[in-house]
Design a protein around this ligand. Structure first.
Ligand code: NAD
Length: 411
């Protein structure tokens, strides 16, 4: 199922709940502005290869558009639109003054040299720069992009507009990035799990987690769950497969192994498992933290064996997968609540850049926890009052906020 249809079908349930007008549904389901660009890149061997890129601004009623840029062979218009839509709900649910956008280039970055990656990033930035700016649309890292890629975007943007650190977030700290941004999404997932654990009586200490994906989100989350919450992370996976250890994986050692560029399935401190086997493991917390659509009817929704699904990735559960989990009584902490830590600290980074004032790491974490806890509490209370899932509650709160902004602007 496509990213766009996932976003649309989950939208309807919440829109019906709050009796959203038909015209407002149309505004909120359609993108404000979208651009597709061709990106010619000089390769190291002298050839020119042309890639396709997208930047889609879904909604800017509550503030400048905000959303990551991903490099992936399967990134396409539909996926980017679905993800841009999720960003609108995420920023609204966190009550931070941004709208939603997303960008991407259809490319396998593993096949590019570092110089090719830099040339691709600079050329893509040139092609979409007309849409960008600290008060228009602010990119950030996403799948296969990182602080270095953001540094190139900043340099390219600043070469035209003058030094503008607030034009992009997730930058290296030495270029105006925020302390704590790198780990913020994983840390945010942990903070939301802490709240949920307390409310629903699943103590984190000694509980068992399985994490799909060992990149920015999954890697930091695994590290923090072990170091700060006493969780046993019993299995993780990356694109090549997974590894399990029933007594808990040695996450710091596994992170060092992965940092050396080795697949987690080659880690000798556990047993190698396939992608399919990961979903069969019995655990308390199952955290998809890789790609979209991975929990679905066909593969695993009927057999997943966990107490809670925590969506570290964006749109990891298809609508039918979601319904099956609901029927089975498996709660889901939805993506735009669970993984909103990244965009929240991106907001702090943007604010620090505009103020030209740097926060301490402690301050960032304190504010992050407060923002996420407030959003979590709002979702929990709404879900209880209206007898709906966390996902529907989160959507309903976000929709109300964006619709209110649209109405106040005269729409
Ligand atoms: P990343 O590129 O740093 O890591 C992705 C990880 O997933 C890697 O370990 C990769 O090997 C693994 N992976 C890829 N395909 C896989 C597969 N088929 N099976 C198992 N593992 C696979 O990306 P990231 O930034 O960690 O993003 C992961 C997810 O979280 C995405 O859905 C992204 O949109 C979402 N997200 C990221 C952030 C952020 O701040 N980075 C914020 C919010 C949401």
């Amino acid at each position: 199922m496509s990213g766009k249809s996932i976003a649309a079908s989950q939208f309807d349930r919440a829109a019906n709940l709050i009796n959203l007008e038909d015209y407002m549904r149309r505004i909120l389901l359609s993108p404000f502005r979208e651009v597709q660009v061709e990106v010619p890149v000089r390769m190291d061997d002298g050839r020119i290869e042309v890639f396709t890129g997208y930047r889609i601004q879904h909604n800017g009623a509550r503030g400048p558009c905000k959303g990551g840029i991903r490099y992936h062979p399967e990134a396409d218009h539909d996926e980017i639109l679905g993800l841009a839509t999720i960003m609108t709900w995420k920023t609204a649910l966190m009550d931070i003054p941004f709208g939603g956008s997303k960008g991407g280039v259809t490319v396998d970055p593993k096949k590019l040299s570092r110089l090719e990656l830099e040339r691709l990033t600079r050329r893509f930035t040139q092609r979409i720069s007309i849409m960008l700016g600290p008060y228009r649309d602010v990119p950030a890292p996403d799948v296969n992009t990182n602080a270095q890629v953001m540094a190139w975007i900043l340099d390219e943007y600043s070469s035209r507009h003058g030094y503008t650190p607030a034009a992009v977030t997730g930058k290296p700290v030495s270029l105006g990035g925020s302390l704590g941004r790198d780990e913020a999404t994983g840390r945010g997932v942990m903070y939301v799990m802490m709240e949920y654990a307390r409310d629903f009586g699943i103590p984190l200490k000694g509980s068992r987690a399985v994490i799909q994906g060992f990149g920015n989100v999954g890697g930091h989350l695994a590290r923090l769950l072990v170091a700060e919450s006493g969780v046993q992370v019993i299995a993780v996976s990356d694109v090549d497969g997974g590894v399990v250890n029933d007594h808990g994986l040695d996450i710091p050692a596994l992170l060092a192994h992965a940092a050396a560029g080795k697949p987690v399935s080659e880690w000798t401190g556990g047993k190698r498992i396939t992608h399919a086997e990961l979903w069969t493991l019995s655990c308390d917390w199952l955290v998809p933290a890789a790609l979209g659509g991975v929990i679905n009817k066909e593969d695993n929704a009927r057999t997943i064996d966990c107490k809670v699904v925590v969506e570290g990735a964006n749109a990891p559960t298809t609508p039918i997968g979601d319904r099956i989990l609901e029927e089975r009584g498996i709660p889901v902490i939805p993506d735009f609540l669970a993984n909103a830590g990244g965009v929240t600290v991106s907001y702090y980074e943007w604010a620090q850049n505009l103020q030209q004032y740097r926060w301490t790491h402690e301050q960032v974490n304190r504010e992050l926890r407060a923002t996420l806890t407030k959003a979590y509490t709002g979702v929990r209370d709404f879900a209880k009052q209206r007898g709906v899932t966390f996902r529907t509650a989160a959507y309903a709160i976000a929709l109300q906020r964006v619709a209110e902004a649209e109405r106040l602007r005269g729409n």
